[in-house]
Design a binder for this molecule. Structure first.
Ligand SMILES: NC(=O)c1ccc[n+]([C@@H]2O[C@H](COP(=O)([O-])OP(=O)(O)OC[C@H]3O[C@@H](n4cnc5c(N)ncnc54)[C@H](O)[C@@H]3O)[C@@H](O)[C@H]2O)c1
Length: 385
């Protein structure tokens, strides 16, 4: 068995998602376990942390036991022993940063959204193809245990003909005045690349399409319900992006579903994200980890509602927990393993750059619908390369 080291530049390393999920929960465990099995060989990530603030990057490198770090991205991009570039810095810089990395001949792995528009993302894809580079997009949510169970049910035909679906997501994000905000302020500023649809809908694209099939068209609202917030420095700022969005989505198979998301809602559902799928054969509702099912046979006969007396029914009693897969894998690690095998062994990659572009296309279609007040086909921009 041979060990093959592969150099990965991790840009935006000190950010929340890079430092926790991608480094501590994915790349470091792969490295510390002696690498990823790839045929007869093992692929061992060699990491270089990159960021703007040398002090913070070096402190993180020290904490994680990573020898190589830099605050000079150009110098890092010149290193031939680091053929992979991963971007998890704040969204606003993404296109410019990925353009530099592509020009430097790096294989690209990127957090979502890949670009603020399909057109800009398609330009990146053309550059990637022109140089014969490999590229992938982070599509982690489909590896959540609850959604994996739902995907298994769909693949096994449990639902029969799909009659509809409902995706509910969100929680209360404090405005920073009353209590500290749980999300960075760039999420609420157009100049920072923020916006709930831009941030979250890329996930809903691959979740819905993996489990239920292609989305044909959407009609959407995008609203700002908390107009003013307080940033990390204590300064008040006007929110100029959406923090709440409601969407009707029609699938290619004719089923229609809803996507309801808000950073200004309080949780009274089974989980922070729930996806219910209904079909002639049964229904299932998945949270992040668990999944409950009600088959056609288990479906109670609801006869009427009673305006005078609360019947005291427990409508959850007729649902069973679906045990599903027991194997646990960190969703970000699952993505890295697939991407690394794609780069090193040429294995096909579902979450490639084009898939990431379609994630952007859903967000773009929803924004367009919200502005123009009409149904918009997800392929409408016509810019998908
Ligand atoms: N897949 C997911 O579930 C998921 C979850 C959260 C965030 N994200 C994505 O990850 C990215 C980072 O999000 P986060 O929540 O970690 O944000 P964050 O604010 O915690 O981190 C952003 C990082 O980018 C750095 N940064 C900002 N501008 C930079 C620049 N010009 N050059 C280099 N570094 C710069 C910041 O210093 C910080 O380290 C975003 O694109 C976001 O959409 C994905």
């Amino acid at each position: 068995m041979a060990t093959r080291e592969i150099g990965i530049i991790v840009n935006g390393a000190t950010g929340r998602i890079a430092s926790t999920q991608h480094l501590a929960n994915a790349l470091l465990p792969i490295r510390d376990e002696g690498g990823l099995a790839a045929g007869a060989d093992r692929i061992v990530p060699r990491l270089m942390l990159a960021g703007r603030d040398a002090e913070r990057v070096s402190a993180l490198a020290g904490r994680l036991g990573i020898a190589e770090w830099t605050a000079d991205l150009d110098a890092a991009l010149e290193r031939p022993d680091f053929p992979i570039f991963f971007d998890a810095a704040a969204t606003r810089q993404r296109v410019a940063t990925l353009t530099r990395a592509i020009e430097a001949g790096k294989h690209i792995y990127s957090e979502k959204p890949l670009a603020p528009s399909v057109e800009q993302g398609a330009q990146l894809l053309r550059a990637i193809r022109a140089r014969g580079l490999k590229a992938g997009a982070v599509e982690d949510k489909i590896f959540l245990p609850g959604l994996r169970k739902l995907a298994r049910l769909a693949a096994a035909g449990f639902f029969g003909r799909i009659t509809g679906f409902r995706l509910d997501f969100g929680w209360w994000v404090f405005d920073g005045a009353e209590r500290p905000s749980q999300r960075p302020s760039w999420n609420y500023r157009r100049s920072g690349g923020g916006g709930l649809i831009s941030d979250m809908y890329p996930h809903w694209r691959y979740v819905i399409e993996t489990i239920l099939g292609p989305i044909r068209r959407v009609v959407s609202t995008a609203t700002t319900v908390i107009p003013e917030r307080v940033d990390e420095a204590g300064a008040r700022y006007a929110v100029d992006v959406d923090d709440t969005a409601t969407t009707l989505a029609e699938l290619a198979n004719g089923a229609v579903g809803t996507i309801v998301c808000s950073w200004a809602t309080r949780v009274r559902r089974d989980d922070l994200l729930t996806l219910q799928v209904d079909g002639t054969g049964g229904s299932a509702l998945a949270g992040l980890h668990k999944c409950w099912i009600q088959s056609a046979a288990d479906t109670p006969a609801v006869r009427h509602f009673n305006p005078d007396v609360d019947l005291g029914m427990d409508y959850r009693a007729d649902w069973k927990e679906f045990p599903g897969a027991t194997e646990r894998i960190n969703p970000y690690r699952a993505g890295w393993e697939r991407f690394l095998r794609h780069v090193v062994m040429n294995e096909p990659l579902v979450s490639d750059f084009r898939a990431g572009l379609r994630d952007v296309a859903l967000a773009e279609a929803c924004y367009r619908s919200a502005v123009e007040g009409r149904w918009v086909a997800i392929d409408e921009p016509g810019a998908l390369a």
